[in-house]
Design a protein around this ligand. Structure first.
Ligand code: ATP
Ligand code: MG
Length: 164
């Protein structure tokens, strides 16, 4: 299997842009794939996850919230979204190793993992990494990276690379 990676850097001037990026990702992600969300408190992880839920077409995307302390929340729909929280990595790790990973694989859904940098060794093979950081101007910059074979469509998604 090729190890080639694809990377994009996108500028997100406001929360609507974060949600719109999430919706675009949700429209492209396939069952069995995962999104690894990485960023500090308030970076916009949950905002992006809610956008993904819209893009996937889950039944009640507005119900997506920070799942902290719940480990995983399943949002039903044609392609379900499993919203996983690794803020407390030991508990999430135990859940994933005790059947959770198998469930992510078999349930026909997309996993969206917040604080995913705390569980890097458990990422599914087809995981798209999204790093959100403050851009110093009130917005965010998103750095996306993943295996090119699975996420080649990243090259074509539209958004300015850097706002000027
Ligand atoms: N691109 C952006 N520019 C400016 N503000 C944004 C942007 N994206 C999201 N926000 C805002 O940042 C705030 C925090 O967003 P959110 O709750 O999604 O962060 P989070 O990473 O999930 O935080 P936490 O780790 O505390 O749960 C919200 O008020 C949201 O509207
Ligand atoms: Mg959150």
């Amino acid at each position: 299997m090729s190890t080639e990676r694809i990377e994009r850097e996108l500028y997100l001037p406001d929360a609507a842009a974060t949600a719109a990026l999430g919706a675009t990702l949700g429209a492209h992600l396939r069952a069995g794939q995962a999104l690894a969300l990485i960023g500090e408190l308030g970076a916009g992880k949950t905002c992006l996850a809610r956008g993904v839920a819209h893009g996937l077409g889950v039944d009640a995307p507005e119900e997506v919230a920070s799942p902290t302390y719940l480990l995983v929340v399943e949002h039903e729909g044609p392609v379900p979204m499993l919203h996983v929280d690794a803020y407390l990595p030991d508990k999430t790790r135990a859940f994933l190793l005790d059947g959770g990973l198998g469930y992510l694989d078999e349930c026909g859904g997309v996993a969206v993992i917040e604080w995913a940098d705390r569980l890097v060794d458990l990422w599914p093979a087809e995981t798209l990494e999204v790093r959100l950081a403050d851009d110093g101007r009130g917005g965010r910059v998103a750095r996306l990276a993943g295996p090119a074979g699975a996420f080649g469509w990243l090259a074509a998604i539209g958004a300015p690379a850097r706002g000027d």
